[in-house]
Design a protein around this ligand. Structure first.
Ligand code: ZN
Length: 249
């Protein structure tokens, strides 16, 4: 079994199509999606619909998705994000909104744990430090724990039971094309963002997880950034949201 792992699609359908085509080429049978299907980008309905139609998919609610369905207040978002959410609300059908409204904040299976932000605060915590990783350890069990929200591909790991012997966790950015072995330790893995990468690399980010071989591998996928930007301009979305896509920031 092979899982395609992705997060933070953010209504960037061009990027999502490229990632799903990459998953098809790699014979992915199951999918893990860390949420934020909508927000920021020009095609929220197409993105929600595409994920709804995937077979065997675990999906959690992201903070932008939550705001769209009244599960989170808009005061948590900056002005540009609010403009994009108002645009998204006009695009989404009742069935698409109902799908988002029914998404869980946490998914636990025998193969992995999945949240958008962090296990202790699934909708709001930006998990970027080893301290936060340690503080979150009591809040999840099955490794790996997949997270999203920061749009940064990164991993945290610690030996199982290591807290008691005082050893420190390790953190590193995920290196594309480097296959990680996931044995003997507890891992938290962020596959980066499909639709709005923020690590200086504009290519769409995603991963492949094999629970039998216990491996995870990060990939970057080319997509037509200028097409997404044109659609954003036509939709009247804020300029800065368009420009950042070309920079991966
Ligand atoms: Zn996001």
């Amino acid at each position: 079994m092979l899982y395609g792992v992705f997060s933070d699609v953010h209504a960037n359908y061009e990027a999502l199509k490229a990632v799903l085509a990459f998953f098809r080429r790699n014979k992915v049978s199951h999918f893990i999606c860390g949420g934020d299907l909508a927000g920021y980008g020009p095609q929220p309905a197409e993105c929600v619909r595409a994920v709804m139609e995937l077979p065997d998919t675990a999906v959690v609610l992201g903070n932008h998705d939550a705001a769209l369905v009244g599960r989170m207040e808009l005061r948590w978002f900056n002005n540009n994000a609010v403009k994009a959410l108002e645009f998204a609300r006009k695009c989404l059908s009742g069935a698409e909104l109902a799908y988002l409204a029914a998404l869980p904040e946490t998914v636990k299976t025998d193969d992995f744990t999945l949240v958008h932000g962090s296990p202790r605060k699934p909708l709001t915590e930006y998990l970027l430090s080893e301290t936060q990783f340690l503080e979150n350890l009591p809040h999840w069990e099955t490794s790996p724990c997949f997270i999203g929200h920061t749009h940064m591909p990164v991993y945290f790991r610690i030996c199982a039971g290591a807290k008691e012997d005082g050893s420190a966790p390790e953190t590193d950015f995920l290196v594309p094309m480097a296959r990680m072995m996931l044995s003997g330790m507890r891992y938290m893995l962020n596959p980066g963002a499909v639709g709005q990468p923020r690590d200086g690399n504009p290519r769409a980010s995603c991963g492949l997880y094999d629970p039998e071989k216990k491996t995870f591998e990060l990939f970057r996928v080319d997509y037509d950034v200028s097409k997404t930007q044109e659609l954003m301009a036509a939709a009247g979305l804020p300029r800065i949201l368009m420009e950042r896509l070309a920079l991966g920031l």
